[in-house]
Design a protein around this ligand. Structure first.
Ligand code: AMP
Length: 303
């Protein structure tokens, strides 16, 4: 009711969007807001997103909300992390919906900068993490993590958060951000939230919207493959090759699934392991039709 009233008021005043949550559209505005919050000794929590929010994003907002006085969600479809031929132009967006969801989740501010503000003409500085970025998604998406590292560093500098919350669904991204935060001595505490899933197990993702009915069904193979690995590990299997073979046979049963990678790697180094002992990331990227999906589980260390 409230939302509708606000939207009609905006429409009546000629506004195209509902100003439900305080929305900061420029780097300057956001910096002013952060400086004021810090002067008031408020703890700032940042949840960086590319928008088209779902429950997975909102679960991260709740983690930030529980730890901070001021929660900032950034909505920015960062062009530098998309490669040629990727889905930058089609990436879904719905500001009014995102704003309403953030309002309901008690977000204090939405930061939605323009591309020209983040990367003005003459922009020439990039942040590159070189080890963790070179494997898994970094192989098929060259330059992706350079874009991620650059935008996250910029967001940290602009928002000056005390904590920043990321999702396990993008576990490699989290490891890259952990590394750059340590290497560049960035004064921000990182928090990792668990992967939020649909009732049937599919990891929530803005890209799930690309899936047709049949593809949505087929997309479950990522979760099923991970569950298979987890069950084998739970039953005592420790040879990575055995888990891999079992996962591959789950994927093979789904003709529309084209695996891009399926890796069992050390969580710290992201390098393949033969024998599973320490914290281990089981990660896969699979194309279902034209949609590229990723998912993972983290196996804890043996006692
Ligand atoms: P994105 O908007 O897809 O760039 O994601 C923004 C943040 O939300 C990243 O830290 C993601 O890892 C996180 N995220 C995306 N999907 C999920 C999910 N299903 N569960 C938890 N976090 C997620």
């Amino acid at each position: 009711m409230m939302i509708q009233a606000q939207q009609s008021a905006n429409a009546a005043s000629g506004g195209l969007e509902s100003a439900l949550v305080k929305t900061l559209r420029t780097v300057c505005e956001m910096q002013r807001e952060s400086v004021a919050a810090r002067h008031a000794h408020k703890r700032i929590g940042l949840v960086p997103t590319m928008g088209f929010l779902h429950e997975g994003h909102l679960s991260l907002v709740r983690l930030a909300r529980a730890r901070c006085d001021v929660v900032v969600v950034s909505l920015f479809v960062n062009p530098t992390q998309f490669g040629v031929g990727e889905d930058l132009a089609e990436y879904p967006c719905d500001f009014d919906r995102d704003s309403a969801l953030c309002q309901a989740a008690h977000v204090d501010a939405l930061f939605c900068p323009g591309v020209g503000d983040m990367y003005p003409g003459g922009y020439s500085t990039y942040v590159e993490e070189r080890e963790l970025s070179a494997v898994l998604c970094g192989v098929s998406r060259p330059g992706h993590f350079r874009g991620v590292a650059t935008v996250v560093t910029k967001l940290f500098n602009i928002v000056q958060p005390d904590i920043a919350v990321f999702g396990q669904k993008d576990a490699q991204q989290y490891r890259v951000i952990q590394q750059l935060t340590a290497d560049l001595n960035l004064p921000v505490e990182l928090v990792l939230g668990p992967t939020f899933r649909e009732a049937d197990g599919l990891a929530m993702s803005s890209r799930n919207r690309y899936l047709s009915g049949g593809e949505r069904e087929d997309a479950l193979c990522l979760y099923h493959a991970l569950q298979t690995a987890q069950a084998m590990w739970g039953a005592g299997a420790r040879r990575a090759a055995d888990l891999r073979t079992a996962m591959e046979s789950v994927l093979e049963k789904v003709p529309s699934a084209q695996p891009e990678y399926l890796e069992i790697v050390d969580y710290a180094t992201l390098r393949p392991v033969c024998h599973i002992t320490g914290p281990t990331l089981v990660a896969l990227a699979v194309r279902i039709g034209r949609t590229r999906l990723i998912d993972n589980v983290i196996l804890p260390p043996d006692e």
